[in-house]
Design a protein around this ligand. Sequence first.
Ligand SMILES: Cc1ncc(COP(=O)(O)O)c(C=O)c1O
Length: 412
Amino acid sequence: MNKSKKSDLLFQRANRVIPTGIYGHVAPGNGLPQDFPHYCLSGEGCRFTDVDGNEWLDFMCGFGAVLHGYRHPTIESSVGLQQQHGSVFNQPSELMVELAEKLVEQIGFADWAVFAKNGSDLTTWAIRVAREHCGREYVVKAKGAYHGVDAWCDPGIGGRISSDRSHILEFEWNDVDQLELLFQQYDGKIAAVILTPYHHPSYSPSILPADSFWQNVENLCRKNGTALILDDVRCGWRLHDEGSHKYFGFTPDLAIYSKAMGNGYAISACLGSDKFRAGASDVFLTGSCWNDAYAMAAALACLKLVRDQQTAGCVLQKGRLFCARLESIAQSHGVPLKMTGVASMPYPWIEGDDDLYQIQAFCKIAAAYGLYFHPHHNWFISNAMNDDDMEHAEVLSNKALEEFGNEFYSGS
Ligand SMILES: Cc1ncc(COP(=O)(O)O)c(C=O)c1O
């Protein structure tokens, strides 16, 4: 796994016509293995091939956008059928109504759905709906949580003005006392609390909700007339087939989905309860390709797969097996590796590795074996991964961990 000629040449070309060549979280550098390809050619199941012809066993799934495996035949044929008619028209297709009906049927708390292309489109829209509904300005989020690229929440620093965040308050994940204090300090002024199902920041281990965290959050929101917004963009359909709130046992007012929803076809949805229907009707929403029927056909096929195959349970089980095996292989080579968070989207953490030097070194070694392991973002388990793929991943991981253990832990 060392061919990168075409990838490097493309990156040089990109740098001339695209600021920084590749932007966002897949920008080269930032501690990512140098062997990681810059450009991909194709994907099948839980593997993809880069432009230089290297094949990778994939643990990132398009950063979560692909749950059922690349080019899943059922999803592709559903899109193929719609391709006989077209994608974007002046008006939406029938598929949009069907998709909203199916989502409302599957996600129990919801009475309505709207659609867009990205998670960010709708996390931002949802807080506006909450503001419209409550007639309040402030929004609370967890420190370090990612909710998208808009100025109220993005992790960058460029192009922001102070007012962008003047109405955004933060508390430490799991610190309900801090949240309660915010409710006291901003009494009657908080429109929404927006949270992911559990805390999965980049660059540090994932943190599960403490006992009764969600119950306390929900109670505080209800008591204060504040909207509880679930950002299920990353976790959606990886924890529970009916929405991640079911996995942790709480009820949101609004919830946003994207990533796995279309298995790589760009679509997002915000679902809400009747209480927020009027607010939702009053906040403007549209987009260039917002009614794209290909993505809606893909999403309908995904929803059916999720129901028929109970996908969330499958990826959770695959993840549990893989994480347990990986930790035990690591231990056999003296490496204190822990897979944190929920097993279908685990975050790797080496004890004591606060500057991430070791995990970066490990992922670099793993990359040389064709394993696409990310050093500072949670991984994603593909439902296309079968027993043979899993075994293959374990064999390669064993080699990589042995090499890594010899380099870093041979004296311990
Ligand atoms: C939890 C969460 N919320 C929101 C977003 C933003 O979604 P998008 O990148 O589709 O705009 C992401 C994307 O990674 C996410 O993980």
